[in-house]
Design a binder for this molecule. Structure first.
Ligand SMILES: [Ca+2]
Ligand SMILES: [Ca+2]
Length: 363
């Protein structure tokens, strides 16, 4: 049997080999196991300015919680901390251009879940922005016709710095929830994700595309939808609730908010948070940490009066952030969390908290 694997390349499958046809994935794709998730969109999905974009942190969240997933799509890029580089982000493309291919893409890769952020180029190109919601509806109809059992998470657009563009986008964003709910009422598996509120214009690198920290905030919002829990971020540099002792707050081009806590180098060094929890009970914490030591490094974490626990961080290089998941018990009201020096040296950008709810079947 001869299978076509894109670009006209013929491949004779050995007897007994897995004969799935992987049209649209010329590289063959990565990590061909686990729940198939298609990141779909334009340059913001591709990760313009920051290859991998939101997908890198999203992958880190999934790994932190032990999920096995397979990002799918015909495109591929991103750093080592993004364990699966496949995606369907096409820089410069509008809704109609994605629509011309989307059904073929989802048929080729059979995603369980689609993450769609699209429409920015319609706004930037002033391509009938008033008609963009209708085009989105058509696109979603085609995707859900081609993959009726997939769940499609549809976000509104991240902020745009130019007031004229943002004004166009605001009208589009206001219409997206209604587009999604109308299609959901038809029985289509579509879900709205509020992305605009996850970022501010301070999280943009060039007025359109997020900074690395902005992409991290996008990842947190996607993950919040995927685990059906609020994910709240607490920045190391926010003096309202965080402080350092014999350590430093350092400017960072890739950190959320542009600042990280580093130089946690000595026995008395620490980063401390006072976290206000809404209820007493179990929470899931994610530590966004950087480690360029070449091997696993640790911090010693204390929560109020409890004995210290070790939190370990893989080494992807400095400014290449990982997410480490830690189960913590918090009391309603104020809790003191202290990250003290462990083995070798690691930096912390921010910590995120989620509740321990039932995850969706989408991951
Ligand atoms: Ca893959
Ligand atoms: Ca930060």
């Amino acid at each position: 049997m001869t299978l076509l694997l894109g670009a006209g390349q013929a491949y004779a499958a050995p007897a007994g080999a897995d004969q799935r046809v992987r049209l649209g994935t010329p590289s063959g794709g990565e990590s061909d196991a686990g729940v198939r998730i298609m990141p779909l969109g334009d340059s913001i999905t591709d990760g313009f300015n920051v290859p991998g974009g939101y997908r890198s942190d999203l992958w880190q969240y999934l790994v932190a919680d032990g999920h096995t997933d397979d990002f799918v799509g015909s495109q591929s890029n991103g750093p080592a901390r993004l364990g699966d580089h496949d995606h369907e982000g096409h820089p410069g493309w509008r809704i109609d251009e994605i629509d011309a291919h989307a059904a073929d893409w989802v048929r080729a890769t059979s995603p369980r879940t689609v993450l769609l952020h699209i429409g920015t180029n319609d706004m930037v190109q002033n391509h009938d922005p008033a008609g963009a919601p209708a085009r989105l509806s058509t696109l979603l109809t085609h995707i859900t016709d081609a993959a009726p059992t997939a769940d499609v998470l549809v976000s509104d657009l991240v902020p745009l710095a130019d007031p004229v563009l943002e004004s166009r986008a605001a009208q589009y964003n206001a219409a997206v929830p209604g587009v999604v709910s109308a299609l959901a009422a038809q029985g289509r598996h579509v879900h709205f994700v509020a992305m605009h509120s996850a970022l501010t214009t301070a999280d943009l690198a060039d007025g359109v595309h997020p900074t690395a920290g902005g992409y991290s905030k996008m990842a947190a919002r996607w993950y919040s939808a995927l685990v059906s829990s609020p994910v709240t971020r607490w920045e190391a540099e926010n003096s309202a609730y965080a402080s350092v002792h014999d350590a430093d707050l350092l400017s960072s081009p890739t950190a959320s908010g542009g600042v990280k806590a580093g130089h946690i180098d000595n026995a008395d060094s620490y980063l401390q948070y006072v976290i206000t929890a809404p209820y007493t009970g179990a929470y899931r914490m994610y530590v966004r940490a950087g480690n360029g030591m070449g091997s696993t490094c640790t911090h010693l974490l204390t929560v109020d009066d409890a004995p210290a626990v070790t939190v370990a961080y893989p080494s992807y290089g400095w400014e290449e952030w990982s997410m480490t998941g830690v189960d913590v018990h918090l009391r309603q009201g104020a809790n003191t969390l202290r990250f003290a020096k462990g083995t070798c040296y690691a930096e912390i950008d921010a910590i995120d908290f989620a509740t321990l709810g039932a995850p969706t079947p989408w991951i």
